[in-house]
Design a protein around this ligand. Structure first.
Ligand code: 13P
Ligand code: SF4
Length: 326
């Protein structure tokens, strides 16, 4: 047990002990408190190493729903922790940094979305899981990048469909299914930051490379892709591909997972518009998760995700409709 006298201030309201082995203490605290750590592929390796489940949005939602742990510590972003709370409301859900948001969720304010919906009163509302609990509560069914195509295909032909908030995923789903979708104008700034021009230049140097891309990328990038899929699907495809070189058009976090699984292959990040040390596109929100914050969240059991019961009931119906079809 860490004594309060040993603690030093590390942020506005959290303290941490000098010389503490964070990894060991987090593992110890998990046991003491019957907690699990769910981590998205985009967080740092140091966190993935102490996680009970590392997965994409769908796998993490499924893991959150079925866990019997008392505490779910979600190493991802705010909408993911909210999803966990909605699916398993009796659990305490913690997010290491409440500022870990998402450009897609931010692009969809509830009042503006309510007005948008009013324009299409007969439409079924399918919302990508990357949205707030309020938007989920205004939706008929949720989807992730793993199941968006299948869910749209389940809607009877002729029925109007609003698809929110990701216009890039929506455009891709529309192309694959042949369905007209009424799109909300949101986008992931991390995937939109991948440069088509730089990708074309890279492919000139690697003419035999295969491009694999997440459907949150812009259409021009997806047109270059040999395979398009969710984070998990990209990792699985990389293991079956015969190509010696793979160019990966998504957030940089999965590169290490792919490299670990296929160390003999040449894995190159699709270049971002900015020049940075890895030349890749990183989600600043996912990277807000640090071992220090994970430790503090588990030790102090805060910040906790709480959702009003009105929002909860409607959002749970839309999320459970997805899980039943997945
Ligand atoms: P998936 O985990 O469903 O592939 O989504 C990627 C993403 O951007 C998560 O925020
Ligand atoms: Fe949101 Fe994009 Fe970050 Fe995923 S990668 S959390 S969609 S900003």
């Amino acid at each position: 047990m860490v004594l309060d006298a040993e603690l030093k201030r590390t942020s506005f309201n959290n303290f941490i002990a000098d010389g503490i082995n964070l990894k060991e203490r987090i593992i110890q605290l998990k046991e003491e408190k019957n907690a699990i750590i769910l981590a998205h592929y985009y967080v740092s390796n140091s966190i993935k190493l102490i996680a009970d489940t590392v997965g994409d949005s769908l796998a993490l939602a499924q893991a959150a729903k079925k866990t019997e742990a008392d505490i779910i510590l979600f190493c991802g972003v705010h909408f993911m922790a909210e999803t966990a709370k909605i699916l398993n409301p009796s659990k305490k859900v913690l997010l290491p940094d409440l500022q870990a948001g998402c450009s897609l969720a931010d692009a969809t304010p509830a009042d503006a979305f309510a007005l948008f919906k009013q324009e299409y009163p007969d439409a079924v509302v399918i919302s990508y899981i990357n949205c707030s609990a309020e938007i989920k509560a205004m939706s008929d069914i949720i989807c992730t990048s793993s199941n968006a195509v299948d869910i749209v295909r389940k809607i009877p032909a002729g029925k109007k469909i609003i698809f929110a908030p990701d216009k890039n995923l929506g455009t891709y789903v529309s192309k694959v299914t042949g369905r007209d979708l009424i799109l909300w104008d949101g986008a992931c700034t991390v995937h939109e930051n991948i440069s088509l021009q730089k990708l074309n230049e890279l492919l000139e140097d690697h003419p035999d490379a295969e491009v694999i891309a997440h459907p949150e990328c812009i259409g021009g990038i997806l047109d270059k892709a040999h395979f398009i899929g969710s984070t998990k699907a990209l990792i699985e495809y990389a293991q079956t591909s015969n190509a010696q070189t793979l160019v990966v058009a998504t957030e940089a976090g999965i590169l290490s997972d792919i490299k670990q699984l296929i160390p003999d292959k040449n894995i190159i990040p699709a270049p971002s518009m900015e020049t940075n040390s890895c030349a890749c596109s990183e989600c600043p929100y996912m990277k807000m998760n640090t071992l220090e914050k994970v430790y503090n969240a588990l030790y102090y059991e805060t910040p906790e995700i709480l959702i009003s019961s009105k929002t909860h009931i409607k959002a749970a119906a839309a999320l459970n409709a997805m899980l039943e079809l997945s």
